[in-house]
Design a protein around this ligand. Structure first.
Ligand code: 7RM
Length: 655
């Protein structure tokens, strides 16, 4: 084992094949069928994607070249013209889907709305016309800072319709974070709401926009405001306009602008551990095709499905798998404004029951929170409509996977554990539910057309079950094209970590992984988080999984703390299940448990109990901050993406 790779210490052996009933009805119904698709795509990716582009999407004009690959720059369907809003809306209007529910929306206070494809098309056209009236033109950037209401999706589709580039900023970000992103994108218009509902409180979105703009974003000329909560807000004369006042004054007809396949569709900011957030750029044709096909195959979409992805539209998951992928397929996509909250911790299961949700897609952090809240909540609801479950965002520990499988899925629903990133636009490694036998904690096999490989720092493949760097070796349609305004940063961040070798480029965006004897991928976490104990490089995921498999542990985050002898020592931050309390004995027991599960090498030197762990607003544990705490240092680097600042104070105080 070379020092540049990562050791794998936990082995999970359980396997769950799809049921015969599920496979029989699935579009891709066996591993042979998957393998055939995979082999065909690997042998000739261009004809594979070309055929799908021809059959699955509407084009105003056909492309001249399928792929122009000048590493690290890929252009897909060069010369082709299309509009993703047309593919998501107009083309369904000439079919029976015209009156099918496109969006089902449930507000946190219990209000709800359903928009058919015809109704959604109408509203999108109206908003597009309003944007035009406010001076937005093709190529202009439009900021979207919204709660989870239908108008968030409408705003995105309206931008796409006229060729404006949207930059959605998650509604939970502060005025500072918003300003930084609006400035970087030289945004011309902002679409927002007076406020939104989140965990029994009103979020003051418009106030934050005002604060962001008062410090000056000179490029912003207008703010379009959707009335959601009805709270009092300031409307700046000459700048701010109400959507409900303009909507009735414009035409409900707005032809979709034919866009070049490589025209920018959107910018979405992602924060690394250092430096300012990166504006990840996605373009039109490749993104539309890839999110369309991955939604259809990975969720085995049927016209009868009620599909619910619990992400926020402020994240890539919301872009690709609430809005564009599902609507391009003519699916029914459910949007929920709320989050589990003290007044209704079981609200997700209420929504599943109320709408007969068939496909449910959420994050491990949410699953662990559901586990902690107790089985009685899901058990009090009828979840029998569910037929497929999904997870995304972090490695899922086998314990949480099993709970999801048993308590939510009733042991009948396959689970698709989808590994991908803001940068990849769509699923890279994922089961196909009618085909792939799943293993708890593994994202299984690459999607057809994706050439993934685990390599060492020199780009050499590592052995079976050996940990290394997860790379993609061939371009795919929805890959990011650049960092907005900083091509050099794009090259440095993703293409130089593993240097190109004999003309082979390696896309690397930061995760460690191993591949088992069946070719399954096991993502071990971010390599920035790797802990080095006495020369052994350990991923965080496996030690955390071992901790969470103890009945007392709800959630765990492990980090390395500098140690003179061993290089680093494992420090575990642990939150407990309700009925347990912190004690010396429990700490000892947990250390022993880790040793039993994976060996002495992973034995935590220290266990710190905490009610909460610091997380990003999309629910990922921020181990960087815990590293600072474990080492007794000041917190360094950006903390603006932190979900709840008080968690840090509690951790400091409680240490
Ligand atoms: C979709 C999204 C990307 C990072 C990625 C991983 C981690 C996401 C999984 C996962 C293990 C998964 N985009 N990650 N999904 N790790 N298994 N199924 O989350 O840009 O916000 O984050 O998230 O580290 O690099 S993202």
């Amino acid at each position: 084992m070379s020092s540049s790779t990562i050791e794998s210490i936990l082995q999970e052996k359980r396997t769950f094949p799809p049921s015969p009933e599920f496979s029989q009805n699935a579009k891709i119904s066996s591993m042979e069928a998957y393998q055939q698709l995979y082999d065909r795509a690997a042998a000739d990716p261009e004809s594979f994607w070309e055929e799908l582009a021809e059959t699955e999407l509407h084009w105003f004009q056909k492309w001249d070249t399928v792929l122009d690959w000048q590493p690290p720059v890929a252009q897909w369907f060069v010369g082709g013209k299309l509009n993703i809003s047309y593919n998501c809306l107009d083309r369904h209007l000439t079919t029976w889907r015209k009156n099918k529910a496109a969006l089902i929306w449930e507000g946190e206070p219990g209000d709800s709305r359903t928009l058919t494809y015809a109704q959604l098309h109408r509203e999108v056209c109206q908003m597009a016309n309003v944007l035009k009236q406010l001076g937005a033109q093709k190529g202009d950037r439009v900021g979207i800072y919204m709660p989870m209401i239908p108008e968030a999706a409408i705003a995105m589709l309206a931008c796409a319709r006229i060729g404006a580039v949207h930059s959605v900023v998650f509604g939970g970000f502060s005025a500072d974070a918003l300003r930084q992103r609006l400035q970087d994108g030289e945004v011309k218009l902002v679409i927002t709401a007076d406020g939104g509902w989140r965990k029994d409180n009103i979020v003051h979105l418009k106030d934050e926009v005002d604060k962001a703009l008062v410090e000056g974003v000179p490029t912003v000329t207008n703010v379009l405001v959707v009335k959601r909560t009805g709270q009092d807000i300031h409307m700046e004369a000459g700048r701010d306009v109400w959507w409900h006042e303009l909507q009735p004054t414009v035409s409900a007809d707005c032809p979709a602008e034919p866009m070049d396949s490589e025209d920018l569709l959107f910018i979405l900011y992602t924060s690394g551990s250092t430096g300012k957030p990166k504006g990840v750029v996605h373009t039109t044709g490749g993104y539309n095709l890839y999110t369309h096909v991955t939604t259809q195959w990975t969720f085995d979409l049927k016209d009868t499905d009620v599909y619910w992805c619990t992400a926020d539209v402020g994240w890539i998951t919301g872009h690709s798998y609430i809005v564009y992928g599902p609507l391009s397929n003519g699916a029914t996509s459910l949007m929920y404004e709320g989050a589990p909250r003290p007044s209704n911790p079981g609200c997700f299961w209420d929504v599943v029951e109320k709408y007969g949700v068939t496909i449910f897609y959420t994050a491990p952090t949410a699953i662990r929170a559901f586990m902690k809240a107790g089985d009685q909540l899901p058990k009090a609801r009828d979840l029998s409509s569910l037929r497929l479950l999904g997870t995304v965002g972090e490695p899922i520990n086998p314990e949480a996977w099993m709970w999801y499988h048993q308590v939510i899925g009733g042991e009948r629903c396959p689970i698709v554990d989808t590994w991908w990133q803001t940068e990849t636009g769509g699923f890279m490694i994922t089961p196909l539910p009618g085909a792939t036998p799943t293993k708890p904690g593994s994202a299984t096999r690459p999607f057809p057309g994706i050439i993934a490989e685990v390599v060492d720092l020199d780009g050499n493949p590592v052995g079976v079950n050996e940990g290394g760097y997860l790379t993609i070796k061939y371009p795919w349609p929805s890959m990011m094209r650049t960092v907005y305004g900083d091509f050099d940063r794009f090259r440095r961040s993703y293409w130089e970590h593993i240097p190109p070798k004999d003309g082979q480029y390696f896309y690397f965006a930061g995760d460690g992984a191993r591949q088992d004897e069946d070719g399954y991928f096991w993502v071990m976490g971010r390599v920035d988080d790797v802990i080095s104990v006495a020369g052994h490089r350990l991923g965080t995921m496996e030690i955390e999984s071992a901790l969470v498999s103890h009945p007392a542990v709800a959630e765990a985050a492990v980090v390395g703390k500098p140690d003179e002898l061993k290089g680093e020592e494992v420090v575990a931050f642990v939150s407990l299940e309700g009925e347990y309390t912190p004690s010396e004995e429990l700490a000892k027991e947990l250390k022993k448990h880790v040793v039993e599960e994976i060996g002495a090498i992973a034995r935590p030197g220290e266990i710190r109990f905490s009610d909460d762990l610091p997380k990003t607003r999309s629910g990922k544990i921020m181990r960087r901050l815990l590293r600072n705490l474990a080492a007794g240092e000041e917190i360094t680097g950006d903390t603006s993406t932190l979900q709840d600042r008080s968690v840090l104070d509690k951790l400091r105080g409680g240490a």
